[in-house]
Design a protein around this ligand. Sequence first.
Ligand code: T3D
Length: 264
Amino acid sequence: MDESPILVDQRAGYRVVTLNRPQRLNAFTEAMHRALMAALVEAEADTNCRALLLTGAGRGFCAGQDLADRIASGDTKPDLGHTIGTFYNPLVRKLRGLPFPVVAAVNGVAAGAGANIALACDIVLAGRGANFVQAFAKIGLVPDSGGTWFLPRLVGAARARGLALLAEPLSAEKAESWGLIWKAVDDDKLLSEAEKLCAQFAAGPTYGLTQIRRALDAAESNTLDAQLDLERDTQRACGASPDYAEGVRAFMEKRPPNFIGRPE
Ligand code: T3D
């Protein structure tokens, strides 16, 4: 097994990024944070990259913060606000702001920040053997990496409270039926299904797709009035894009569109 904490594989039009500390269920160390951020920045700078697949090596997706690093600090009180501000929050912001869709392929347990980083992705697929655990309450913490924001919005207040306060594992199938994730799929089909989605996105109208994400995120805090204005402005920008022109032409000519993925 490669020792690098993050593996990057190039595919036609997208990248597969794998969290690679399987012996610790891909728990986050500073080195893994830095390598993951570098991989995302590099993908963002590559104009040929039009989707990203995030998954984990081994039997887990990600077990959140590596707690061995916390015990190592002994009696010294760690400043968790510092690590959240330096690593976890920038990671969630980066995932949410990438100029292409991000697909999480949750291949096993997703715990603590690992669960919420999956939820920050645009589409979450999970193998039927996977589960999601808001493990924070078990160690006296609160759901971070956007957990307190994502959970009530995705599953409603009562289920969000139950998940956060009880820290019980939620199976992939229940996560799908609760609306926490897009789909639970057979474990042996997880990667191929996620790659299929990425290939679809990589051939899609990338600019328009990211504008959909932006509009849906804005809707979380906008009034209907403000959202209608945002839809008008976003549609104006999308309507001026070459992909819109191509999409309409292709429809009228009864052929598949050939999108370039850029706003101009
Ligand atoms: O600190 C900050 O900067 C603040 C930010 C916090 C963000 C957070 O994510 S806080 C939450 C941290 N994560 C957890 O509390 C989850 C801890 N892990 C677990 O509860 C369980 O391991 C799982 C439910 C994820 C999986 O259980 P299971 O039974 O499938 O596996 P296991 O046997 O517990 O784990 C396998 C190995 O991975 C084991 O090592 P060993 O005994 O084989 O040498 C275990 O210690 C290790 N491991 C799992 N999670 C972590 C970990 N090692 C370090 N840190 C972990 N988070």
